[in-house]
Design a protein around this ligand. Structure first.
Ligand code: MLT
Length: 222
């Protein structure tokens, strides 16, 4: 399970909701371009950011608001972001791999419950190797949902997730404020008007999409 609340996994979830065929994730931009050029030109989009800003020459940045039906329907999105797609690549060997933001927290949690697995690994993408408040918040939101809705006992296996649960109980009634308080929230605010992105990324349980890796690096809706 990979989380990047601001904004990669939120954008992935919305793109799939809006009918994107699939999303192929890359850490490396040259590899991305090479793969994209092999794809049918009118069925592909290159999407990504570095440091929060759209990559030059790409079709889209990394805003969940940009992946509308008109833009993404039926397309393969070739995507690279500063942290989120790197995290997805890092754990691409996992048997089951999902991407989660706050909008699809419940959908992903229900999927996890239905799989009845012993262990769930939650990877918050953070920022260039450092902790991030918003990913921890979402990890807490997921753990909290599982604790409440599983018909078996959920063991929280490390202090990071205990702290994430505490964070969730502190901020769950003001998610938007938490996102804006986070370092990356402040970074986005310093880059321009991201109010609608913040609103979209902080909306809880409004999407029924489970972004699922179907082959290494390729994510589809389930
Ligand atoms: C990331 O992958 O680090 C983020 O999605 C950055 C962003 O807000 O675009």
């Amino acid at each position: 399970m990979v989380i990047d609340v601001l904004r990669a996994t939120t954008t992935i979830s919305w793109a799939l909701k809006n009918g994107a065929d699939s999303i192929q994730v890359f850490a490396d931009l040259d590899l991305l371009k090479e793969s994209a050029t092999k794809w049918h030109a009118d069925e592909r989009l290159m999407l990504g950011e570095r440091g929060g800003k759209k990559i030059n020459g790409f079709d889209l940045g990394n805003s969940p608001l940009s992946v509308t039906k008109t833009v993404v329907k039926g397309k393969r999105l070739f995507m690279s972001t500063t942290n989120g797609t790197k995290s997805l690549q890092k754990v691409q060997h996992a048997k089951y791999l999902f991407a989660m933001g706050l909008p699809n927290r419940k959908a992903v949690a229900e999927k996890i419950i239905s799989l009845q697995k012993d262990n769930v690994l939650i990877l918050g993408s953070g920022w260039e190797g450092s902790y991030s408040l918003e990913d921890s918040l979402a990890a807490g939101a997921l753990a909290s949902y599982l604790e409440t809705n599983c018909d078996f006992k959920v063991n929280i296996m490390n202090d990071e997730l205990q702290a994430a649960l505490a964070l969730w109980s502190l901020w769950k009634n003001d998610i938007l404020k938490c996102l804006k308080t986070a370092t990356h929230g402040k970074r986005l605010t310093s880059l321009g008007d991201y109010e609608e992105d913040f609103k979209c990324c902080s909306e809880l349980d409004c999407l029924d999409i489970v972004p699922t890796q179907v082959e290494r690096g390729v994510i589809r809706a389930s």
